[in-house]
Design a protein around this ligand. Sequence first.
Ligand code: AMP
Length: 347
Amino acid sequence: MQTILEPRTMQAWADATRARGERIALVPTMGALHEGHVALIAEARRRAKRVVVSIFVNPIQFDRRGDFERYPRTLEDDAALCAAAGVDVIFAPSPRAMYPEGFQTAVEVAALTVPLCGKTRPGHFRGVTTVVTKLFHAVRPHLAVFGEKDWQQLAVVRRMAADLDFGIEIVGVPTVREADGLALSSRNRRLTPDDREAARCVPRALDAAAEMAATGETRPAMIVGRVEMEIAASPRARLEYAEVRDPETLEEVDEVAAPALLGIAVWVGEVRLIDNRLLVPTEAERESAHAARGGSRAGIETGAADGPAGSREAERESARAGRRGPGASEARSAAEPREHWTGPRDR
Ligand code: AMP
């Protein structure tokens, strides 16, 4: 494994690797690596002969200076983890190498960056798409791997890669969680023991919401109300947003009649946690919504999914494991999460 610091050196490595006909996968990270990143690296290895992990705490995507300064930096541990995971190259440029004097260009995706995290983090996604573009141009990968934990980011990067003809496949990987359901995150290191305990309200709220959708609740307001309740029950936690949206367009939905994304951001102490869950309605709900659109409302108000048949269907639904990110591509590891989404594929 080698470590490369300069974009030009990275490009030279990429050109030589491509000249040998070897496929390159990029896993962009900000370091402080954990098992979530390891899952991304494993997916990258399955798909390409050469794997590059970029480690760069990108100043232009932070909307709060303190957050940037306090972001954990653990390069030595990261290098050991990458070596053990079979990474070929760590690309770890300095801020100066990425943004030299006079830098003034940005890449921006429009509508997808407006809701959810876009509302409270002005400029964040512009910073992400700009740095990802630069990383793509330095590493020249055939594919890049991102986590579904940052669902909106994945949707935005996918859109950008398609819109700007990057010719780079964007692969999504399901969220890796702690035993109690909390999504792994580099920011979890900054949780005090009390905050860590309080953070359990996040997966608890997501579980409650998923359960509601799986047992017939289709009204986003009811589901969001339940999320608010679960978070409010934890005095150390404060809900920034909870929204139910279309998993690909991120537009608001007024009914969970097809798999919908529940995105949430929660402050626990000083730390902002984001997470999401695909809400999968029961077959009965989907059918009744379909019937309603076709002119018949039969069954739509009857709570058809509440009876034993509905429960059985919900169980079958969750047993049919599998989940895809925003337009995610086909391959999935053996450890599939519970939700199943049969929405449109990427184009
Ligand atoms: P970060 O270093 O936090 O910027 O994340 C780098 C990449 O790892 C992003 O694509 C994240 O979505 C992904 N990632 C972070 N946490 C997880 C997790 N718990 N499971 C899967 N992927 C993750």
